[in-house]
Design a protein around this ligand. Structure first.
Ligand code: HSE
Length: 302
């Protein structure tokens, strides 16, 4: 007897958190994709929901299909998408992470968390061109994650208010990565290292103020912010409304603020208004740091 089919919920994620480029990530309480994986003669992919028309269903090109192929398993994958595409909220990471977790369970592969993250990152590479695990790690492990030298460290801070505001602007990770500086000034590297160290302490202590203050980035955020119309006003509006910190989520264009739970509504409204003042429509996800991939249902074969 084994598992024939699995339904799994995989959360949106936010990478970098300013200070920890390609290292830090958090899982969000919502939105999330629902992924169904079923044993099958050949690998097929079906997609429903937001942005489906822009995502390849060829398993060799789809982030989830690449993971199934890498594991040498044939499965039917159905992805019910809610995470907006090219948003900086880990939309290509979620299916890759979900399929890695599902196949590991269905075929009893006994892969470790680190192995799952590595595999899912291979899948995600298809979307961004570069392998980075800072979205797949929180999508699998939940909470706040640190990826360093093939290790994944995770913490689960509580009651951290998160407001993620997604403007109607398309920014692909490929484009945002093409802008990255080839070299960085040592003073900026040192500033970001200080922020990263403080961020970890903030997460360990559930210290919202310290987390927010540690989110500032030098050298990367500045160049990427040019892709986000209204960035300076949105950033200021969030801070003025009480956010302890605000940054670009992953490669953008979503902007993410950290705050007390009771401040989230006000901050979301201020950020939406600031985008609107720049003629940009946006939607807010009012949430918190959440769980990683979660099995909703399993069917056992007879
Ligand atoms: N760390 C990656 C980047 C995340 O900033 O390019 C992409 O979502």
């Amino acid at each position: 007897m084994g598992i024939e089919q699995i339904r799994i919920r995989v959360p949106a994620t936010s990478a970098n958190l300013g200070a920890g480029f390609d290292v830090f990530g958090i899982a969000l309480g919502y939105p999330a994709d629902i992924i169904e994986v079923e044993k099958s003669e050949k690998t097929e992919i079906e997609i429903t929901g937001t942005g489906r028309e822009h995502i390849p269903t060829d398993p060799r090109k789809n982030t989830a299909g690449i993971v199934a192929n890498a594991l040498g398993k044939t499965v039917k994958i159905t992805i019910h998408r809610s995470i907006p595409l090219s948003s900086g909220l880990g939309s290509s990471a979620a299916p890759a992470a979900g399929v890695a977790v599902a196949i590991n369970l269905m075929f009893d592969l006994g892969l470790s968390r680190e192995e799952l993250v590595r595999l899912a990152a291979q899948g995600e590479q298809a979307a961004s061109g570069v392998q980075h695990a800072d979205n797949v790690a929180p999508a699998i492990c939940g909470g706040f994650t640190i990826v360093h030298k093939n290790k994944v460290i995770s913490l689960m801070p509580n009651n951290i208010g998160i407001v993620a505001v997604h403007p109607e602007i398309i920014v692909s990770t490929r484009t945002a990565r093409a802008l990255l500086p080839k070299k960085m000034w040592l003073g900026d590297v040192s500033f970001n290292t200080g922020g990263a160290a403080s961020m970890v302490v903030g997460m360990m202590k559930n210290d919202i103020k310290l987390i927010g203050e540690s989110m500032e980035n030098r050298g990367i955020e500045q160049v990427r912010s040019r892709l986000i119309k209204g960035y300076p006003q949105v950033r200021k509006s969030a801070l003025d409304a009480g956010a302890s910190g605000v940054t670009i989520s992953g490669s953008g264009p979503t902007m993410i603020a950290v705050c007390r739970m009771d401040e989230r509504e006000n901050i979301a409204q201020a950020m939406i208004q600031a985008f609107m003042d720049n003629q940009v429509k946006s939607e807010a996800f009012i949430t918190t740091i959440g769980k990683g991939a979660e099995i909703l249902e399993k069917s056992i074969e007879n």
